[in-house]
Design a protein around this ligand. Sequence first.
Ligand code: C2E
Ligand code: MG
Ligand code: MG
Ligand code: MG
Length: 286
Amino acid sequence: TAKRAGGNRLEIFNDQMRVAVQQRIVAESRLRQALDGDRFATLPVWFQPIVSPATGLIVGAEALVRMWTTEGELLAPGHFITTAEETGLVVPLGEHVLETALRHLTEWRHELGYVSVNVSPRQLSEPDFVPMLARLLAGSTLVDPSRLVLEITETALLSTSVDLKQRLDAIKALGVRLALDDFGTGYSSLTWLQSVPADIVKLDRSFVAGLADDPRKASIISAVLWLARSLNMSVVAEGVEDLADWEALRQADCPAIQGYFFSRPVTAGDFQEMLAKTRRVSLEVG
Ligand code: C2E
Ligand code: MG
Ligand code: MG
Ligand code: MG
């Protein structure tokens, strides 16, 4: 080991790191297998509704990828997105998610306002990203590209080396909308708010969960709502887990919420059913 070889030197490669490296190798080989297989089956895209607290109607959905392992285990992105980023496999993976999300959006266009897709820094810095997006849009029968939203995070913005402003402008020129994901968790949220041509702010769930019992969270949320409104941006509050928070956000006139309280992410089939059901209820209520 490092300690034996180097005498007093610090052991830099410990058990914890060994396990982490092994996990990364496993994650990478699983990801390669999934991408080599029938992607629609091995990398299903799930959907979580985004809802208006004023009406209880579904206005949009966030597309969230999942992965089936050959051992029959369904993995959440926390198990493979970092590896996908590091290996560049997030590029084909991301294209698959975009294609799938667009296909469903086209299918649901009469019931659903928009679909939101996460885009990672590695994808954004690909020279082919904007041309790829344009190809996908041209190849779909979706008439209005503003019904596609791309979610970017502050960390994504920080770590891209390409001329970010120009790339985001090129995305906007296609008519696609942009959302700032996990808003408020980074170091320079206000800078991004000023410089990124975003249409939607997704307020991170650390400000949202438990806001009904926490006056500080409530104040931060009203301030962000006010700020977003004056910048002509919409707001989605993430991580709404109970009725009290939903009610507080409704009273604060928050345009949209997303969270386990309304629904967890579900398969495309279940999402379609949910769309039909909530629509039926709203027609019955009037
Ligand atoms: P995110 O974009 O912030 O997505 C929201 C995450 O919060 C989802 O986790 C969702 O299931 C979870 N969530 C939603 N409502 C609640 C709630 O009320 N309480 C709690 N505790 N959690 C809630 P998920 O699906 O595991 O995704 C995790 C992250 O993985 C995403 O965070 C996103 O950063 C990334 N990701 C997911 N799909 C993709 C993708 O297709 N491409 C890329 N590049 N990243 C993705
Ligand atoms: Mg997101
Ligand atoms: Mg988020
Ligand atoms: Mg998040």
